[in-house]
Ligand binder design. Sequence first.
Ligand code: GLC
Length: 441
Amino acid sequence: MIKKIFFTLIVAFMFCKATCQNIATVPESIKTSKKVMNDFMDKRFGMFIHWGPVTLRGKDISWSRGGEIPTADYDSLYKEFDPVLFNADDWVKTARDAGMKYLTITAKHHDGFCLWPSKYSRHTIAYTPYKKDIIGALAKSCKKFGIKFCIYYSVLDWFNPDYPLHSPNDKAEDPKANMPRYITYMKNQLKELITNYDPYMMWFDGAWESPWTNEMAVDMYAYLKSLKKDLIINNRLGKEIAGVENKDIDVSKMIGDYDTPEQTVGRMNMNTPWESCITICTNWSWVPNDKIKSLQQCIRTLASTAGGNGNLLLNVSPMMDGRMEARQVNRLKEMGEWLKENGRAIYDTKGGPYKPNDLFSTTRKNNKIYVSVKTDTTLLSLKPLPQKKIIKAYFLNGKEVSFLQDSSRILIKFPTGLPDKNCTEIVLELDSDAEDIPVIE
Ligand code: GLC
């Protein structure tokens, strides 16, 4: 009897949770499978590209519209956009040589301009002097070089009169706007993108504004999955994201397959997949003489991201003529060289078991723990590994490293210093599986 009452109460509670609070959720049956998500997370490193006619003025994409660049001027820039030196293969080879496994490009940012010849808009690449389809060329080149092709699409659109807000400062929704018509526009364009370019993933952004609701996001998720079952969709389709605050999110409210902390390394999470998007300079799109991050910063950021079980989407900002800046290309090449030697510690690993800190982060695979040392030291002290024994420690190139272990700590010694000042990788070989160790704070 008690069992029965208990059971009824649980069912009633679950029903109430779903209906009383009216939480918009994606049905389990259409969610992207664990297998697809695991494959995505194994990739660890991708290229983000923010690009468009705004590069002619060298100001940040969309946010400068109506601010540093008067709106009418901004919206006319496409008439001069002629990136004659754009070469899709050059960009994709740059990504590949950097050790990146996927590429995500702003097909439509908040300014509404489309880098593909959408038949649903006149504000596209087809109406520029350049005319040629950028998205199409990149999709094709990515296939050729084995890089997964992903598309960024802004939910909000300050250019389209049907979308109720026309600038980031707009407080009141335009009564002449028509959100249902705008959603049809989105669906038409998204169908066009998915059927023409077969993206691996859709990267949404800009769902924070008032016209967009979680209910619209759930409907859109279902629509996209009906077009392509295994399409990966980030969580910025909905409103629950880590974002710039890097907050701990409520996964039950998340609409999308993975979380998206911004301009910061995400929090360690062994359950919910995540990807940090971080700029190689300080702006998303090209700004002259923008401060570029050092190689050490870039490598350590990647190591810390993998250590927390996440991916890094590193943003580059090509110029108005279609080329990437030489200094950005060089930095990426240096990262590729580091990854050629050290990629084993990054790709296809799990984060942890240690929670990343300023001195080191760790990844693991089978019976190995990879320690990324992010400080210049001759001694590293780690908390003990419960029920596991280290049988061997060595640098990735095989050279042995001496260590001590007892019940209170592990001490790893480098009497002559560390070979790689940017980030040295050390392998700890255990007597059994490293993947089942609970996270060590
Ligand atoms: C922000 C900005 C946008 C950028 C994005 C990338 O949401 O609005 O400019 O594309 O971050 O994460």
